[in-house]
Design a protein around this ligand. Structure first.
Ligand code: SF4
Length: 354
């Protein structure tokens, strides 16, 4: 059967299943899912009473300004090479970004992987600090790089564990949802078992349009039957146990602390703090003198940005008065317009305006 026909049949099944259910809000939790949904215009295939909203699935978007300010603070005070992913380097704070620092002559480098930064440290005469962001998907690589024990290689960990954020979302009074589409990439690492304790309808989904539509159908059936717990649509990639080796490496290097997320506030046990055994590679520890006088500020230029509400699924990009006016992919105001996984950026790229 052709893809178009499969999707048409799934849309029809969704319509039938949704009858009599009242208003249903489903939240997906991954920037790549938003890309699929928008690229294939899947929202247009859903019945009126089924709404698909986007959650905090973009690592760049949820990294709070406090982390970015700390990295700026370090750069201004220590002669280091700062390595990070390209999207993170474009996030503005008070009109500055890591690209701004690069243009001013600071040694800021874009990398595709933590191992690029590790190789840099092997050859460099000055410390290399890797500004590490991302969820369980990228955390094992950072852990492996730390375990190599390379001199003058340090990690500024802004990694965050994703599963606690799902539980936290459900505890927030203003987030009204009926089911989660769990993130595919994170799930390949943490496995189905990581979600079993969450007493809420969830389906782990892959990234093809058929995957997302099937996940919506599965969720509607769960909701209709009053089922809770987790089902796995992405069986071709996600196993019950997940990637055990990656989990071991990640848990050996990172502990869990209560850390802030943009839009979500402090999420218990979500922050990937480098354990004491590896503190010789922890930039926050090694350069702790630098942070003694650090006081985070609020960015007044970002006051009107509504990324926080967007990351809780409360609004869509069109509800932000700056969308495609003062805030565009070329001149982003907030991280949701910077990152290719951010909802504002995805809507902008695919021409969705309302
Ligand atoms: S359009 Fe720009 S300013 Fe508005 S929420 Fe998105 S990133 Fe923030």
């Amino acid at each position: 059967m052709e893809r178009k026909e499969i999707i048409r049949k799934l849309a029809e099944a969704i319509r039938r299943e949704s009858e009599g259910l009242g208003r249903i809000r489903i939240m997906h939790l991954c920037g790549t899912h938003e890309d699929t949904v928008t690229r294939y215009n899947l929202r247009s295939l859903l019945p009126e009473n089924v709404k698909l909203v986007s959650g905090p699935g973009c690592p760049v978007c949820i990294t709070p300004d406090g982390d970015l300010q700390r990295v700026f603070h370090l750069l201004e005070r220590k002669k280091v090479t700062l390595a990070t992913f390209g999207d993170m380097a474009r996030v503005p704070f008070e009109g500055k970004s890591l690209f701004y620092y690069k243009a001013k002559g600071y040694d800021v480098r874009m990398v595709y992987s933590v191992f690029d930064a590790l190789e840099m440290a092997k050859k460099s005469e000055k410390p290399v600090v890797f500004f590490a962001i991302g969820f369980e998907t990228t955390m094992p690589s950072t852990a492996l790089a730390i375990m190599e024990g390379v001199e003058d290689f340090y990690v500024f960990s802004a990694h965050r564990f994703f599963v606690p954020a799902m539980e936290h979302l459900l505890s927030l009074g203003d987030v009204k949802i009926d089911g989660f589409i769990n993130p595919g990439h994170v799930s390949t690492i943490v496995g189905v078992k990581a979600y079993e304790h969450i007493d809420f309808p969830q389906v782990i989904a892959g990234f093809e349009p058929e995957d997302v539509m099937l996940a919506i159908l599965m969720l509607l059936r769960m909701i209709k039957n009053g089922e809770r717990g987790v089902r796995n649509e992405y069986t071709r990639a996600v196993k019950y146990e997940g990637n055990v080796k990656a989990q071991e490496v990640m848990n050996a290097v990172f502990d869990r602390e209560d850390w802030e997320w943009r839009g979500l506030g402090v999420v218990p046990k979500s922050g990937a703090k480098i354990r004491r055994e590896f503190e010789d590679f922890d930039a926050l520890k090694v350069f702790e003198d630098v942070f003694e006088d650090f006081v985070p500020k609020e960015d007044v230029k970002k006051k009107a940005c509504r990324c926080g509400e967007l990351l809780r699924g409360l609004i869509e990009p069109k509800d932000c008065p700056l969308f495609m006016k003062a805030c565009t992919p070329k001149n982003p105001v907030g991280p949701c317009m910077v990152s290719v996984e951010g909802m504002c950026n995805i809507w902008a790229r695919f021409g969705v305006r309302g």
